[in-house]
Design a binder for this molecule. Sequence first.
Ligand code: SF4
Length: 315
Amino acid sequence: MGGEGIGEADALTVLSLPQRDLWRLLDVTEGVRRSFKGDGVRLCSIVNAKSGLCSEDCSFCSQSRRSTADVRKYPLIEEEEMVRAARDAKSRGAREFSIVSSGFAMRSRAELETVGNAVERIRSEVGIETCVSLGTLSAGEVAYLLSRGLRSVHHNLETSRRFFPSMCTTHDYEEDVRAVRAAKEAGAWVCCGGIFGIGETDADRVELAMTLRELCVDSIPMNFLNPVPGTPVEGRNELTPFVCIKIIAMMRLCHPGREIIVCGGREVNLRDMQSFMFAAGASGTMAGNYLTTTGRPAEDDVRMIRDLGLTILPV
Ligand code: SF4
């Protein structure tokens, strides 16, 4: 396989494989991951820098305006707290640290500058790669953060263009696409992916993979629904470990040379098959807690990676 990856028809075939083909599939995807990404694993970590109170209505999100979930709600945290969280993340082995805020966009220049100050200090005092996920930033806002030492911008498309209106009605898919293009244009490393298990079909999953290819994103974070009570997706349960493995495999085969980072929902959805995510094609994972749910202890992830004979990429 060349660096281009498989096309739509083959991607759909991967998603329709029966369980008996698991080992054959992993044999292929493990080979592709090793040849393009080697044995290194990226560990990312995040801080929820502004929680809840979001103007948007994304169905899966416990911070959305539709959610009645019992989550903490607070405005943007202080710069000092961001730096402290980055220090903790580094001590747990993270290579990259992301400052994440709820909301469609940053509220004010003052908020952006608080993040810019924290990014600069995290680079110089902590020595870890920095990422932000702050909603729809303009190219100018991204350029400002890059000038303060930022490396990456995260902004998910979440799902296919077709399924998006069933998941979110408060903004348009194209606004998210524009934000991704703006981050690329400004010169950031762009981390953009989605969430699976929210009611989308296999065709939607493949459509997302193809859109990410068109946008030339650098890194693809993959989340699997953890249906939080109080959200519209409460009780939804359509993923199995094998389905998750096939989605990761499909993404790796569509994007042989990209980073594929398995993030939220891996514990509850992959269960005892968590370590299979690397053979399926993941080149990284998120360690520690997620935005509003807790992850497993970072030491467990470090041990899993070492037990597999893989190495954690240093900063
Ligand atoms: S996913 Fe982001 S934009 Fe959507 S409701 Fe949650 S915090 Fe708001």
